[in-house]
Design a protein around this ligand. Structure first.
Ligand SMILES: [Mn+2]
Length: 291
């Protein structure tokens, strides 16, 4: 029996059937693979259906510090590495700029492997001819190796906050709410952290200006940003432990920050729930839960 002509309600596309997203360049950093705080599932969801000419890994991709004190490497973290390597094999120009948490990789600067180039820093030329400095940013944070606000809290306290964040969001997901970053919220509340962020942003912009470039793309402080300042572009691609953000360059040279947790609500990602027609759109669900 043929079912042609049946007026079936049109369901929104399934997770793996969404249209391919094409960008000229994609910048991600501070993934911290090897830590419990890493939101690898959400990152995998972002990578699925992603097409770009250039991919910049702007540091702290693998957390060598945390791996030293205890091995944590679930399948999803492996999948992230595999997916990125596959992009390199398929012709995406992948540039890996190690950060302070994966400084072990700095020994390989200048090395090409499997379509990935390792570099201390890079200069990216945008579609509209701007030249941007690409650095992780730890060299400009004024404190040995990592953010001052983390130093104030202590590395162990940060790990606890990130763990709480994971549990908290697991509970939110179970209740059908979207992702919400507890640690990002706490950081915004600490006055010293706000001053630290301002100092850091000024320092990396100064460096770009000193070199006669048109701006900078960095990571490190886990705070996504995109703005013009004094004729230069300041862009920070954020992180995948708290805010789950990526910086993308569109084919015309326009930049955008994607807050993936808001774009895709966690409830939609939960594979145990089959998408149904009466489910709200992911964007709307995410915003409603965050508001
Ligand atoms: Mn860092």
């Amino acid at each position: 029996m043929r079912l042609e002509g049946w007026a079936r309600p049109r369901a929104r596309p399934r997770v793996d059937e969404r249209p391919i997203r094409r960008y000229r360049a994609v910048f991600i950093s501070d993934i911290h693979l090897g830590t419990r705080g890493c939101q690898a599932e959400l990152l995998l969801d972002f990578i699925r259906g992603l097409e770009c000419e250039q991919l910049y890994l702007v540091g702290d991709i693998i957390d060598g510090w945390r791996l030293k004190s205890g091995w944590y490497w679930p399948q999803a973290h492996n999948d992230v590495v595999q997916k990125i390597l596959r992009m390199g094999r398929k012709g995406v120009q992948v540039t890996y700029i190690p950060g302070n948490h994966d400084e072990f990789a700095r020994a390989y600067c200048g090395v090409h492997f499997g379509g990935v180039v390792v570099a201390q820093e890079a200069v990216h030329e945008t579609a509209d001819g701007r030249r941007l400095l690409i650095v992780h940013g730890d060299a400009y944070d004024g404190v040995v190796g990592y953010a001052k606000w983390l130093a104030l809290l202590g590395d162990w306290a940060y790990a606890i906050v990130l763990q709480l964040n994971t549990w908290f969001n697991r509970a939110r997901r179970r209740l059908g709410f979207g992702y919400w970053s507890l640690s990002a919220y706490l950081k915004g509340k600490v006055k010293n952290a706000v001053q630290f962020v301002a100092d850091f942003e000024a320092a990396v912009l100064d460096e770009a200006r000193r070199r006669g470039l048109d701006g900078v793309v960095c990571g490190h402080i886990h705070k996504a940003a995109l703005r013009a300042e004094g004729g230069l572009l300041y862009a920070n691609d954020g992180d995948w432990v708290e805010s789950c953000t990526a910086l993308v360059e569109h084919p015309d040279g326009r930049f955008e920050i994607l807050e993936w947790a808001k774009v895709r609500s966690w409830s939609v990602l939960d594979r145990r729930r089959a998408p149904s027609v009466d489910e709200t759109e992911p964007e709307a669900a995410g915003e409603a839960a965050i508001a």
